[in-house]
Design a protein around this ligand. Sequence first.
Ligand SMILES: *Cc1c(COP(=O)(O)O)cnc(C)c1O
Length: 393
Amino acid sequence: MTIENWQEYGFDTRAVRAGQERTELGEHGEPIFTTSSFTFKSAAHAAARFSGEEIGNVYSRFTNPTVSIFQDRLAALEGGEACVATASGMSAILSVCLALLKSGDHLVSSRSVFGTITVLFNKFLPRYGIQTSFVSLSDLDAWRQAIKPNTRILFLETPSNPLTELGDIRALADLAHENNCLLVVDNCFCTPVLQQPLKLGADLVVHSATKFLDGQGRGVGGAVVGAKHEVDEEIFGFLRTAGPCMSPFNAWIFLKGLETLRIRLEAQCRSAQRLAEWLQQQPAVKRVYYPGLQSHPQHELAKAQQSDFGAIVSFELDGKDQAWRVIDQTRLLSITANLGDVKTTITHPASTTHGRMSNEEQQAAGIRGGLLRVSVGLESIDDIQADLARGLE
Ligand SMILES: *Cc1c(COP(=O)(O)O)cnc(C)c1O
């Protein structure tokens, strides 16, 4: 029996089962279809598949059964009609832009997006006649004022990296729709476990599957979720032509990741909350950025649009020397820029992820030398605290 409407099932059931259709071999686990092309029963059968008269697999740049399971499962979790998987998070965002925008169009983006996205918007899209204005994520008036007659997309990531600032998805969706624009939300930090932007009015969700969806640092991938018209027609149309598709092996890794996503994130959020509260009590720590703290300026918005507060905790020390000392005193934490892993990672944004920004840009964005970002994993929280305490003393 094939289940048509996964929305009738609970989130956890969808996470484990949505999208799988067993072959006649009756395999229990999802198979990895490591094949580039598919064969046909006859010349006429091939012609029918190529013309689209019969729906089915032709070539793995277009569709692949393992990739399709991942796509259907993520769509079911985000509550979207359709999903396309991509080679990376960046290629998901590139595909959205190149499929939906044309020369002369304009985009408004939060200033606090993943650094590489800023490079894409600032350096590469202008070569194709697409301009971007950057605004403060939480300043609704700034978004309103930045919209021009040729604006087509509003783009944001919430909570932001590394300062955990929030954007009001519902308000921004209304603003986008009043102006005939699409709202695109990068849901990498929250995943559908904590936040479902489509339900708050967003039109498209993009993901870096590299982070929490995998959760175990095994592969690079991405996805776009949304309505059939944009995703299945426009974005998939671009993707099958341009080719930044997800490999079947990576799709299999990510769909295994989805099965445990909720219980991982719940445990990681619990530890992140404890870490944030503990950091607040450390004399060397000047400020802690975590939406789960009462002191977070958007704590109420976080409670309203997220089901929990996430696994990313940032905190500020006096300066770069103190921050580097904390990193260099760790024995357990991984010193890497990646996040969303079951292994806790620690990063100094000013010299790594945000290192290409000028001093003035860093100041404007609040990325100070003393700032550290921790992506909390699944280790015992006492051990994570002890590892940080050494450098904080
Ligand atoms: C990592 C990341 C991306 C880019 O994803 P890749 O898989 O590295 O291409 C996009 N958005 C956010 C929020 C990210 O953290």
